[in-house]
Design a protein around this ligand. Structure first.
Ligand code: CA
Length: 227
């Protein structure tokens, strides 16, 4: 059966347009005009992916994400307006996977949906992850590049593993600080930048043009294992 997408968007023209585009692309679709209706539909017809507008009447998008994330693991892609930068970052902190900024092209959104569904389906199998010429053995805690061992500090390794565990997902600075340095650490946001630069230098072919450890401007980072 084709994947089911739940659209939660209060503006009817946008909702109808998204719905038609998704159906054209071969997906099944459920539409909700409010957060309340979206939560109800998610329970009755568990979706494979949620497309969620952040600006909703009644309970807002942030609340919807928090409630969905209590029981639903599928990807959530957020639609945000240009002036909602802080809202977008908060949504990612609450557990959204990705975002597109309005106005967006359907092609871009469909590409994000395909990527998110692909990552959701590729559950972490085995202990070895490869990308480019890099091979990470999560059981042995070793990293090789071109068959040569790469020496990472414990924090660099922890950052690498955190990125790998959330392949394809946009990770905010706050999320990475919490995961890698811990909730009680006084780590500064620039730590992430410094350690990301180290990972790129050690693992990317060209650290100035990263292929795997990508920057999401103003938000954080995203790891792509396949190019
Ligand atoms: Ca709206």
């Amino acid at each position: 059966m084709n994947p089911l997408i739940l659209i939660i968007e209060d503006e009817a023209p946008i909702r109808k347009y998204l719905s038609a585009s998704f159906v054209d692309a071969g997906y099944r679709v459920n539409e909700a005009a409010s957060g309340e209706e979206g939560l109800r539909l998610a329970v009755d017809y568990p979706p494979d992916l949620v497309v969620l507008d952040l600006g909703l009447p009644g309970i807002d998008g942030q609340e919807v994400i928090q409630q969905l994330r209590q029981w639903l693991r599928v990807p959530i892609i957020v639609l945000s307006a240009r002036d909602q930068e802080a809202q977008k970052i908060l949504a990612l902190d609450h557990g959204a996977d990705d975002y597109v900024t309005k106005p967006f092209g359907t092609g871009e959104l469909l590409a994000r949906i395909r990527a998110a569904l692909r990552h959701a389906a590729s559950s972490p199998t085995g202990n070895v992850v490869t990308f480019g010429t890099v091979r990470v053995d999560l059981a042995a805690r070793t990293v090789h590049r071109n068959h040569e061992i790469v020496h990472l500090t414990p924090l660099e390794y922890k950052l690498l593993v955190t990125m790998i565990r959330h392949t394809g997902k946009v990770l905010t600075h706050r999320f990475l600080l919490r995961e890698v340095w811990g909730p009680n650490d006084v780590a500064e946001p620039h730590y992430v930048r410094v350690f990301m630069a180290n990972l790129r230098r050690k693992l990317e072919e060209d650290s100035a043009r990263p292929q795997f450890f990508l920057t999401e401007p103003g938000v954080g980072y995203r790891f792509h294992s396949a190019v």
